[in-house]
Ligand binder design. Sequence first.
Ligand SMILES: Nc1ncnc2c1ncn2[C@@H]1O[C@H](COP(=O)(O)OP(=O)(O)OP(=O)(O)O)[C@@H](O)[C@H]1O
Length: 352
Amino acid sequence: MTLVRERRHQQGLRLSPPPPPVSATADFTHRSLFPALSPASSPDSPAIIESLSDLEKVEVLGHGDGGTVYKVRHKKSSCIYALKVLRFDNNAATGILQQVAREAEILKLVDSPYVIRCHGVFDSGAFMSPDHSNNEGGGDLCFVMEYMEGGSLHDVLRARQRLPEQLISRVAKCVLQGLRYLHAMQIVHRDIKPSNLLINGRGEIKIADFGVSHMVAGADEACDLHMGTYAYMSPERFDPERWGGRNADGFAGDVWSLGLVVLQCYVGRFPLIGPGQKPDWPTLMCVICFGDQRLEMPETASPEFRSFIWRCLEKDWRKRAKVDELLDHPFVNKTCCASTDQELVNFVFPVD
Ligand SMILES: Nc1ncnc2c1ncn2[C@@H]1O[C@H](COP(=O)(O)OP(=O)(O)OP(=O)(O)O)[C@@H](O)[C@H]1O
């Protein structure tokens, strides 16, 4: 646990667009954008959060491209939450404002044990007008989220470098269950990567961060095909002309990203480029979209692991495995049974 926490603030493989300005402190006077959840629908978090003034900061959990995440305590109930604060000034691009508004919209809809639960969204009111025309002066947007004690898979990999195969299988199973839920709701995540997979004290893994997700129906994919982190982006999203991306439904892109995450857990670094090689845009373009990708398929990995990876990292999205196929795959079905949630907990929170 200590090890994991110490390394939380280190930066991961980040190739997202530049961040908007981030506030150092949360202004706890915002209004609620959607009602806090009732106790019945949230057994883990009995508190009803009416305003951000109900919460007090405990510590900073981490910084992302879009903002700062705090550990906070609900004053009345002492329940612990994670508070993600995004700060915008009046120069914030409309695209970014639409992106966070999209995250808020999607969070309202999702309710799954495999997806991070959001207990409320609060804002200063400056940028949430439907056409984003009223954004003079900027403001904060604050997401009150379920607190995940183990931090992200990125934090865990920083601390422990690699995961044993049976724990990787457990991670894969949870993410696939989350994706099955999201895809059934016609939501494509589009940014599956280690820092967006969070782990709690019960060894549960959940998908977080819907900043670049979108609802498939009615969305204009062509407008924002390149949003998300390039490193984990599928060939059809990276180079839609070459890989028929204009016709892709988007779900296959989440499977590709999961394949890379699973392989990264095994080899201990981003798997598509050599150690020390810079993951810049041209290098990634070459390995993801052209010729033979330099896939490091470890000799020691089981046949089940290899087969799972090949099914995820099939370049042609039409031939790539679907989520349901992968949930039936022996790597997920069989290998996962060789471990327990407790083993994952022991791995994430080692006794020093
Ligand atoms: N719900 C949570 N519970 C506990 N820790 C969290 C939670 N959400 C985020 N964190 C921590 O805060 C860090 C920053 O999270 P954030 O979502 O802002 O950015 P990120 O996902 O790491 O990067 P990016 O902005 O590129 O997506 C995470 O890496 C994680 O360590």
